[in-house]
Design a binder for this molecule. Structure first.
Ligand code: PMT
Length: 425
């Protein structure tokens, strides 16, 4: 099949390594004159596509208003552990999980001391304790405070706990003295953030995912399609990205925003999806077919709107290209993962697809009225040659994260077998 040009979202046909850098940054701002530089930092981070959630200590609010950060970050600023309406929207534990990187800039001497003491006496200190994400601090203070034995000991404690300390720089200080204690410039901090690669089980891999429905046109105004919303495929794209992968999403028409850091290619028909997938999958490590692709498409698309005539209308349909099977037939091929949408005898039909299409893995979901299609929740039965695992009903976002961990496990095993088998023969 001839490969046509496909529309590319974000201008990213081949995603670059920036996709495995932190995209969700929790920026802690503590009390110090350098707090004004944090406003510039928000701008620098957002300019490169990061989402920034600002959390201010009480002291920070003496220097810059929360409104400034809200306007720059596009998100309400969090300041209080006991704010029940903010907690209801996103609790502090959820916020700690959301962050891919916690950066405290400026970090005052007092905040560093509280961090070293393991205190949880305000929202920011609590978040630092509760997050699994890397924590970085950019100290800013008077040169004598920085040189004080207490601060030196606190920095040593934080460093041994894995907290990364950026700066401070030497120079003229707000108090008129000269020495070490100036916070690094906003651009330097942003550059450090985007020079970091996230850890994760899919780190450094390229994953291509198809999502959403296809539309097969009958005439200029009508098409054959299905109820897929794209939610499952988009959740998989986010989960794979968060697991460290570079992700290309080949998407049918959906009403979802492109996950940040993901390259998206928009298509409509099965034939276009075939072309877009094959244009990107050549160098990919993993292909996941989560799209609900048409099995059959109208043999021809009428150039004019089809007129009503007679009581019965016959439609002539031709088989659409099987994208998944064609990817699995490539040599060399990526680790190939299918989804199976079944209304009955789920395991039997999914296993048959696994074998017939020569897949590495298949995730079966029971579909039908109020199931899987266009729902926020889903459950999967994941099958592979010689094994299976059930992933219970939960939000598509949580399910995708669980699925990606299993996928990474199966991928690693299959690659290990490839190495061992030729040695054994
Ligand atoms: O988008 P949502 O509303 O969130 O719903 C999610 C979902 C139910 C669509 C998703 O979880 C799902 O099951 N996707 C696969 C749907 C499907 O087409 O299943 P199937 O059993 O008909 O196809 C099996 C596999 O072959 C799928 O990986 C499919 O992408 C692929 N296929 C099918 C036909 C075709 N012409 N080319 C293909 O590549």
């Amino acid at each position: 099949m001839e490969l046509a040009r496909v529309p590319v979202h974000n201008g990213l046909m081949t995603p670059d390594r920036t996709q495995s850098v932190p995209r969700r940054i929790l920026l802690g701002v503590t009390g110090g004159i350098a707090a004004y530089k944090a406003a510039e930092l928000v701008r620098c981070l957002r300019e490169q596509g990061a989402e920034v959630q600002v959390v201010m200590t009480e002291a920070a609010q003496q220097f810059v208003t929360a409104l400034t950060f809200q306007a720059l970050s596009g998100r309400p600023v969090r300041t209080d552990l006991w704010d029940s309406s903010a907690e209801a929207a996103m609790g502090h534990i959820e916020l700690a999980r959301w962050a891919q990187l916690v950066l405290v800039a400026p970090a005052s001497a007092d905040f560093l001391a509280r961090l070293a003491g393991g205190r949880a006496d305000d929202l920011l200190a609590t978040l630092v304790l509760a997050t699994a994400a890397p924590v970085w601090v950019a100290p800013a203070m008077n040169r004598l405070m920085w040189a004080n034995a207490a601060t030196v000991a606190n920095i040593a404690t934080l460093t041994t706990r894995g907290i990364r300390v950026l700066g401070p720089a030497s120079g003229e200080q707000a108090c008129g003295e000269i020495g070490f204690g100036r916070m690094l410039e906003a651009q330097e901090l942003a550059d450090a953030v985007f020079a970091t690669e996230l850890e994760g089980p899919l780190r450094g891999m390229h994953v291509v995912i198809s999502a959403g429905p296809t539309r097969e046109p009958l005439d200029p105004v009508r098409f054959i399609s299905n109820r897929s919303s794209g939610k499952m495929g988009y959740a998989l794209a986010e989960a794979a990205r968060d697991a460290g992968a570079r992700v290309t999403l080949v998407s049918g028409p959906v009403a979802l925003a492109t996950p940040s850091g993901v390259a998206r290619i928009d298509v409509e028909t099965a034939a276009q999806m075939y072309q877009a997938v094959h244009a990107t999958v050549g160098a990919a490590d993993i292909y996941i077919g989560a799209a609900a692709v048409a099995d059959y498409a109208p043999a021809a698309c009428a150039t004019q709107k089809i007129k009503k005539h007679g009581d019965i209308m016959d439609l002539s349909l031709h088989k659409a290209p099987d994208i998944l099977a064609s990817v699995a037939a490539l040599s060399p091929r990526p680790f190939t993962v299918g989804f199976a949408a079944e209304t009955c005898e789920i395991e039997k039909h999914a296993r048959e697809k696994l074998i017939r299409k020569k897949l590495d893995l298949i995730a079966a979901n029971e579909v039908g009225v109020e199931r899987a299609f266009d729902r926020d929740e889903n459950a999967l039965l994941v099958l592979w040659s010689g094994g299976q695992r059930e992933l219970a009903l939960k939000s598509k976002s949580d399910l995708a994260r669980e699925f990606v961990l299993l996928l990474a496990e199966r991928y690693m095993l299959s690659r290990a077998q490839r190495v061992v088998e030729p040695l054994a023969s």
